[in-house]
Design a protein around this ligand. Structure first.
Ligand code: NAI
Length: 244
């Protein structure tokens, strides 16, 4: 892989877990990175410092993915700072689990607003810049749950399935202008989000017999962004071979 020095990326939800690993992996590859985070300023400052040690510029911006104005401002601030946007990674995501019969309107709306509408807002804002540049790469972080469904996660699965439809459509709309759009669908990755998931039973379904690490996802994102631009509209499962 060539050094990506001078290129610029936006990562949503970069303060911890998979997003943090993506920010640091892109920074190590030479990208200047702007990332958003929900609330934890201390964690965001740590990511900034760690990324900057790779000799790139990095800024954490507190920005609610579910708010259209804040999402647009994130893209605008990154563009102003770096002068270009080469990659957009929509990683911010939440869960509000519960069986459908008892799921509140609020739990449905919050998950859809953050996970799906949030990606729509940043894709729309960043695509205006990328289409003008005639280059750029969008990677949306979905989930295997968006492909297979999951009892107790109707809201989350719908949001993650929606990301796949969104991304495949963008691939068709943007392809002729040199902009790619792909999905990474992680299986079970060891982060705060999966801390309470019972692991023993899960291992029966994972041929590689371990949870994934955030870096497993980050490396795949980097590959898609730097692979030369002939991969688009794809859903790449990074799940240790997970079968249900
Ligand atoms: P996490 O909960 O550790 O981190 C989520 C990140 O999103 C945090 O940085 C948080 O600040 C940010 N975030 C949450 N709500 C936000 C909002 N409204 N505005 C801006 N930022 C917000 O989660 P994890 O595990 O790192 O997951 C990252 C992505 O990967 C999510 O989209 C998740 O759905 C997806 N994923 C995770 C899997 C796992 O096993 N951990 C499996 C499949 C998908």
């Amino acid at each position: 892989m060539t050094n990506q020095s001078g290129k610029a990326a936006i990562v949503t939800g970069g303060s911890r877990g998979i997003g943090r690993a993506i920010v640091l992996t892109l920074a190590e590859a030479g990208f200047n990175v702007a990332f958003s985070y929900a609330a934890n300023q201390t964690a965001a400052a740590d990511v900034e410092t760690t990324a900057k040690a790779f000799g790139v510029d990095c800024v954490g911006i507190q920005s609610n993915a579910a708010d259209v104005k804040e999402a647009q401002a994130l893209v605008e601030q990154a563009h102003k700072r770096f002068g270009r946007i080469d990659a957009l990674v929509n990683n911010a995501g939440i869960t509000r689990d519960g069986l459908l019969m008892r799921m509140s309107d609020d739990d449905w709306a919050q998950v859809l607003d953050t996970n799906l509408s949030g990606a729509f807002y940043t894709c729309r804002a960043a695509s205006r810049i990328m289409l003008k540049q005639r280059s750029g790469s969008i990677v949306n972080i979905s989930s295997v749950v968006g492909v297979f469904g999951n009892a107790g996660q109707a809201n989350y699965a719908a949001s993650k399935a929606g990301l796949i439809g969104l991304t495949k459509s963008l691939a068709k709309e943007f392809g002729s202008r040199g902009v790619t759009a792909n999905v990474v669908a992680p299986g079970f990755i060891a982060t705060d989000m999966t801390e309470s998931v019972p692991k023993e039973k899960l291992m029966e379904h994972i041929p590689l017999a371990r949870l994934g690490e955030p870096e497993d996802i980050a490396k795949t994102v980097l590959f898609l962004i730097t692979s030369g631009g002939y991969i688009t509209g794809q859903v790449i499962h990074v799940d240790g071979g997970l079968v249900f």
